[in-house]
Design a protein around this ligand. Structure first.
Ligand SMILES: Cc1cc2nc3c(=O)[nH]c(=O)nc-3n(C[C@H](O)[C@H](O)[C@H](O)COP(=O)(O)OP(=O)(O)OC[C@H]3O[C@@H](n4cnc5c(N)ncnc54)[C@H](O)[C@@H]3O)c2cc1C
Length: 319
C-alpha cells in the first residue's frame, strides 16, 4: 500500500478527540497526494470505535488482543512495526500526546525512519514530506523534510479541526500475531488524580493564570476578579506544579481542554501545550507584558501590559 496510516488513540473505552483531529489532517494531506487514509485501532472490545473510525477513513485496520487492554508502548510498537512493514504506507501519523510521545520516537528507531514531532502542517514534495512544526515555545515555526519512507509524524493536539464524517471505510480485522511477550516494561495501573469536584470544562468564562502572576499571594485579587465576573479560575502547568492551584484546574495537553465562551489568559506565554487546551474557546482575551508572546497569535483581543495593573482596571470597568 502507499497511503497515510493514522494510529487512533483511545482511553476508558472511547476514542480521544485527537484521533479525529489527526484523521482530519491525514485526509487534507491525502487530497494532495491522491492517497487513501487508513486508521489503525489496537485494543480490546473496540468494535464500536472501529465503526466510528470508518466514517473518517477509507479503511480501518482493527486488531483485538488481550495485550492491548492497557497501553504499553512496547506492545503497540511490536504490532505497528509488523503492520507498517507489511502495508508499507508512505506516511504514518500518530498523536503528539503523552501516548504518542511514549511510542513515536522508539517506533521511528525500530523502523529506521525519520520522525518529526509537534507537526502542524504538511506539504508533499519531491524531496520528501515537508513538515511544519513549532519551535522556541511556539514563537517560530520550522520546516523539516523527511525523506524516509514511511515518514513518521506526531501531530499536535487541538490544532486540526476534526472533519465531518462522510466516508464509509471498510473495517478489516487484523491478527497482530505474537504481541505482549518479551516486554521490558509492564503496565501496573492507571492512577487518576482524585477528584475535588472542580470541573473547569463546564465553565462559561475561564480566567487562566500563568507564571506571569509571579507569586502565590498575587492570586488573591485575580480570584476575586474571577468570582466577580462569574468565571472559574484555571492555570498553566507551572502554576499547578507550584501548587498554587489544584491539578484539576490545569489547562493544556496534560491537563483539561476547555471551550468556554470567554477565556482570559493572564501572564500566560502561549506554549503549544497550553494552547492545545484552550484554543477552542469562543473569545480569547490575553494580557501579557511581552508583545511577542505566542498567546497573541491565538487571542482575539490582546492587552500588552502588566496584568497586575490590568486586572483591577478591568474589575473597576466591569463594576
Ligand atoms: C509534556 C509536556 C506537557 C505539558 N503540558 C502542559 C499543559 O497541559 N499546560 C500548560 O500550561 N503547560 C504545559 N506544559 C508546559 C509548557 O511547555 C509551558 O512551559 C507552560 O505552558 C508555560 O506556562 P506559562 O505560560 O504560565 O509560563 P511562561 O512560559 O514562563 O510565561 C509567562 C508569561 O507571563 C508574562 N508575564 C510575566 N510577568 C507579567 C506581568 N506582570 N503581566 C503580564 N504578563 C507577564 C511573560 O511575558 C510570559 O509570556 C507542558 C510541557 C511538556 C513538556
Amino acid at each position: 500500500m502507499s497511503g497515510i496510516m493514522v494510529l487512533a488513540e483511545h482511553r476508558h473505552g472511547d476514542l480521544r478527540d485527537v484521533s479525529h483531529e489527526v484523521l482530519s489532517a491525514a485526509r487534507n494531506l491525502a487530497e494532495k497526494t491522491g492517497e487513501q487514509v487508513e486508521a489503525v485501532l489496537l485494543g480490546q472490545g473496540c468494535d464500536e470505535m472501529a465503526q466510528r473510525l470508518a466514517a473518517q477513513a477509507h479503511r480501518v485496520i482493527h486488531a483485538e488482543h488481550p495485550a492491548f487492554r492497557d497501553f504499553n508502548y512496547e506492545t503497540w510498537q511490536q504490532a505497528l512495526v509488523r503492520l507498517v512493514k507489511g502495508r508499507e504506507p508512505s506516511i504514518v501519523m500518530i498523536p503528539h500526546t503523552a501516548f504518542g510521545t511514549d511510542l513515536g520516537p522508539s517506533l521511528a528507531v525500530e523502523l529506521g525512519v525519520g520522525i518529526v514531532s509537534d507537526a502542524i502542517g504538511f506539504e508533499p514534495g519531491p524531496d520528501g514530506l515537508k513538515v511544519t512544526r513549532g519551535v522556541y515555545g511556539g514563537k517560530l515555526n520550522a520546516e523539516r523534510f523527511i525523506s524516509t519512507t514511511p515518514a513518521l509524524v506526531m501531530v499536535r493536539q487541538s490544532h486540526f479541526k476534526p472533519d465531518q464524517p462522510g466516508l464509509e471505510g471498510e473495517v478489516v480485522n487484523w491478527d497482530p500475531g505474537d504481541v505482549g511477550s518479551g516486554l521490558r516494561t509492564r503496565f501496573i495501573s492507571l492512577e487518576e488524580v482524585p477528584s475535588t469536584g472542580i470541573d473547569i470544562t463546564k465553565a462559561d468564562v475561564v480566567v487562566g493564570i500563568g507564571r506571569g502572576v509571579k507569586e502565590e499571594k498575587n492570586i488573591g485579587p485575580i480570584r476575586e476578579f474571577a468570582e466577580h465576573i462569574g468565571a472559574v479560575l484555571a492555570g498553566s502547568r507551572p502554576v499547578i506544579d507550584a501548587g498554587w492551584l489544584e491539578k484539576e484546574r490545569q489547562v493544556g495537553s496534560s491537563g483539561k481542554t476547555v471551550k468556554p465562551r470567554v477565556y482570559i489568559a493572564l501572564g500566560i506565554s502561549g506554549a503549544f501545550q497550553h494552547v492545545a487546551g484552550m484554543t477552542g474557546s469562543d473569545t480569547i482575551i490575553a494580557v501579557n507584558k511581552d508583545p511577542h508572546a505566542p498567546i497573541f497569535a491565538v487571542a482575539h483581543y490582546g492587552i500588552v501590559d502588566d496584568l497586575h495593573k490590568v486586572v483591577p482596571a478591568l474589575r473597576e470597568k466591569l463594576a
